[in-house]
Design a protein around this ligand. Structure first.
Ligand SMILES: [Zn+2]
Ligand SMILES: [Zn+2]
Length: 138
């Protein structure tokens, strides 16, 4: 399926033509800070299927499993996705930046043990307190 999206100001756009590898909520602290809210929802696509155009900056931050390169617009600050070193060749697109989410359905949630008091974890998906040990997810 073909998907398009972009940042708040429109300077950074992307298109992806691929079936999602997975769709997942992440409640980890880094995703919380990046979003400015209580979690992020990712749709994972192969890098090879993703075409990014316009302004782009990359912020790379170490985490427990290596580093994550977060792709964002230098004009408005919107992050469109992340590329974890633990998942070579995969970009976790932020579902909030998609123009259309028809057919996108979260499958699981990770780092559920780290939620703050008011956060309601999506009850319709499988929940992991941390990522599963063999996980390939955000
Ligand atoms: Zn922007
Ligand atoms: Zn996260």
């Amino acid at each position: 399926m073909k998907r398009a999206g972009g940042c708040l100001c429109g300077a950074l756009r992307y298109e992806a033509e691929a079936e999602p590898i997975y769709v997942a909520h992440c409640y980890c602290e880094d995703c919380r800070r990046e979003s400015g809210s209580d979690h992020l929802t990712h749709v994972a696509v192969p890098d090879a299927a993703l075409r990014i155009s316009g302004a782009l900056k990359v912020y790379e931050k170490p985490d427990a499993r290596g580093t994550i390169r977060r792709l964002f617009c230098p004009e408005c600050g919107t992050t469109i996705g992340g590329r974890p070193a633990s998942q070579p060749g995969v970009t976790n697109i932020r579902t909030g930046t998609l123009d259309d989410v028809t057919g996108i359905a979260p499958q699981f949630a990770v780092f559920c043990a780290r939620v703050r008091g008011w956060t309601v974890i999506d009850p319709d998906v499988k929940q992991f307190p941390e990522p599963p040990p063999d996980a390939q997810e955000p």
